[in-house]
Design a protein around this ligand. Structure first.
Ligand SMILES: *Cc1c(COP(=O)(O)O)cnc(C)c1O
Length: 374
């Protein structure tokens, strides 16, 4: 059996007419930037999240960067970010001229460990950026508590967790603002690049909107030296068309995750841990294995696609050499980078495909043992 790491085909088949309809509607109107589709999506996505305001952006990285810029964070400031995340989180911080300060994750959940945040707070700290990685909500209560005590902003990186729930409330609604990505592979994906900022702070949202539109509040009037990062009409139309299906698609991911969690039984494999009180949306199903490279090759040889999230931690990337953080300084992020393996997870995976992945993983090691004995 061949099972890709990810496939959009089942979703595209199901939504074919809906997506073509969205295209036709925008094309017939010949209006591509800053129109009714953008407004409509901002409204429905804010409603979906349970916040008052939303502003569309060009992508998720810009969403995060524009929030930091709008909060006035820049040169000389520090922002606390997890050491285990996609590089965009750190790039948003350095783009505005601030310094990322890395905090190690709880290796069981892969997410930032709240008790380790406090020791990294300095007089220059302005914000904490929790990342709800792989679809798993961060432990927001202690994070919000620390932020309150130290008067810090909380900016949620929600790029991988559309619809995930922490203690009955959707993620993206805890911090001062939250950035989403609609990169095609995300749980809610556009047919290209797209992103959004959500917040209950009206002033912050108008500032983000202006900053993403050349710093302009109305035509040819520029308040700030802004960026060009807007959600275009086509992507907004696609997103509005797909949003009503997000819950259904997340439910499918939860079903796949449940089957993996119940079915995978191999002492060489550590399954993801779900923090009590949270409902993850399984953007990625991340397992850990000491012999990751062998397991990956074994799975690929048996037709099961895999991926690594992420093979080189941010502090060991060439582009962040200037931060002066050495190998060994963030051991948990480093451990995850060499042990994490992501299993196939996408809407439309069939039962027999999920069962095949489980069966193949459960046989891993047995065949290794056999080949040793031969
Ligand atoms: C995808 C992603 C981003 C960036 O989103 P883009 O739309 O690709 O710019 C930011 N943070 C995390 C955790 C992501 O996974």
């Amino acid at each position: 059996m061949e099972i890709p790491f990810v496939s959009f085909l089942p979703m595209e088949r199901e939504l074919d007419s809906v997506l073509r309809g969205a295209f036709e509607r925008v094309y017939a109107r010949s209006w591509y930037i800053g129109g009714v589709e953008d407004k409509e999506f901002e409204k429905v996505f804010a409603d979906y999240c349970g916040v008052n305001y939303c502003v569309g952006t060009g992508n998720g990285l810009d969403a995060l960067m524009l929030i930091l810029k709008a909060l006035g964070i820049g040169d000389g400031d520090q922002v606390i970010v997890p050491s285990n995340t996609y590089i965009a989180t750190a790039l948003a911080v350095t783009y505005v001229g601030a310094e990322p300060v890395f905090v190690e994750p709880d290796i069981r959940t892969f997410n930032i460990e709240p008790v380790k945040i406090e020791e990294k707070i300095s007089p220059r700290t302005r914000a904490i950026m929790p990342v709800h990685l792989y679809g798993q909500p961060c432990d927001m209560d202690p994070i919000m508590d620390i932020a309150k005590r130290y008067r810090l902003y909380v900016v949620e990186d929600s790029a991988q967790s559309h619809g995930a729930v922490y203690k009955g409330r959707k993620i993206g609604t805890f911090g001062h603002a939250s950035g989403f990505s609609f990169y095609p592979g995300k749980n809610l994906g556009a047919l290209g690049d797209a992103g959004a900022v959500v917040s209950n702070d009206r002033e912050l949202i108008s500032k983000v909107r202006a900053l993403g539109n050349y710093g302009s509040d109305y035509k040819y009037h520029h308040l700030y030296q802004g960026n060009n990062s807007r959600l275009d009409e086509l992507q907004a139309a696609f997103l509005s068309a797909k949003l009503p299906y997000l819950e259904k698609m997340n439910k499918e991911r939860k079903r796949i995750a449940r089957m993996y969690l119940d079915g995978i039984k191999n002492p060489a494999v550590v399954l993801p841990y779900v923090l009590p009180g949270t409902e993850p949306v399984w953007h990625i199903f991340a397992i850990r294995c000491k012999c990751r490279e062998q397991l990956e090759k074994y799975l690929n040889d048996h037709g099961v696609g895999t991926a690594k999230h992420y093979p080189i931690p941010i502090h060991m990337q060439e582009c962040y050499r200037e931060l002066g953080i050495k190998k060994g300084d963030l051991p948990i992020a480093e451990e995850i980078s060499v042990t994490e393996l992501s299993l196939p997870m996408y809407y439309g995976m069939k039962d027999e495909e999920i069962e095949y992945v489980i069966q193949i993983i459960n046989q891993f090691g047995k065949s290794l043992q056999e080949s040793v004995n031969e």
